[in-house]
Design a protein around this ligand. Structure first.
Ligand code: DC
Length: 226
């Protein structure tokens, strides 16, 4: 049976993960959060004292790193780093910066590419990230570029951090979002950009339900109502 691949790219905090997870559950597809894979490498650098901006140091440690992804009974994506479950740890706010820095190295992206492609070959997926429509799954049947203003994204992120028990002031979150936007769009290797055949969905003025409805409508239109 042919698998369906839905690629959702966009900047940090656009609501990709929440929306992609919910849409995948409704369609009965696997949800793949590729940011979590980069976060796992970022977490490795963080715990081993490796400078995430030092390309040679980071790529030099790749042979010691084994990254695996599995789905728990709860259906949630779990990440393993050298056999240890790091699903919770990779969500620490400081790991965002490490993930963004390590993801700029071409060696890291090459190291993780096949793992992501394999998931899309073997399953119908909703995969979210930065380069899914452009590099990982260029043949995806549906490509969506999900975005929102930096302020709207910062406010959503601030609320999420508060819910997780790691609150941060709005100004700090906004600055962090702007820095990550800059890093993710200006790196030479697979920078964040909208694929030519992707549909733009701006959720600045949409709530979750409205964003989800818009996303599902786009998917149904492009997959012939599947
Ligand atoms: O989606 P996220 O914030 O969890 O992703 C963490 C970092 O990983 C993000 O700053 C950029 C990087 N990333 C990437 O380069 N390519 C992807 N496909 C997904 C994430």
């Amino acid at each position: 049976m042919e698998t369906i691949r839905i690629a959702i790219d966009g900047p940090s905090g656009a609501g990709k993960s929440t929306l992609a997870r919910s849409v995948a559950a409704k369609l009965g597809y696997l949800y793949v959060d590729t940011g979590a894979i980069y976060r796992t490498i970022g977490y490795y650098a963080y715990t081993r004292g490796v400078d995430p901006g030092d390309e040679d140091a980071v790529t030099g440690s790749l042979p010691e790193i084994s990254v695996a992804l599995s789905y728990g009974e709860d259906g949630l994506q779990h990440m393993q780093l050298n056999g240890e479950d790091v699903t919770e740890e990779i969500r620490l706010p400081e790991i965002s910066r490490f993930a963004s820095a390590v993801s700029a190295h071409p060696g890291v992206r090459a190291f993780l590419l096949e793992m992501q492609r394999k998931l899309g070959r073997e399953n119908s997926v909703v995969m979210d990230g930065r380069d899914i429509g452009t590099v990982v799954l260029p043949d995806a049947q549906v490509k969506i570029f999900l975005t929102a203003s930096p302020e709207a994204r910062a406010e959503r992120r601030r609320l999420e951090l508060e819910r997780r028990g790691t609150p941060q002031p709005f100004a700090r979150v906004l600055q962090d979002i702007r820095e990550r936007d800059w890093n993710d769009t200006h790196r030479a290797a697979a920078p964040l950009r909208q694929a030519e055949d992707a549909v733009l969905l701006d959720t600045t003025d949409l709530n979750f339900e409205e964003s989800e409805a818009a996303l599902l409508a786009l998917i149904r239109e492009r997959t012939g109502g599947a």
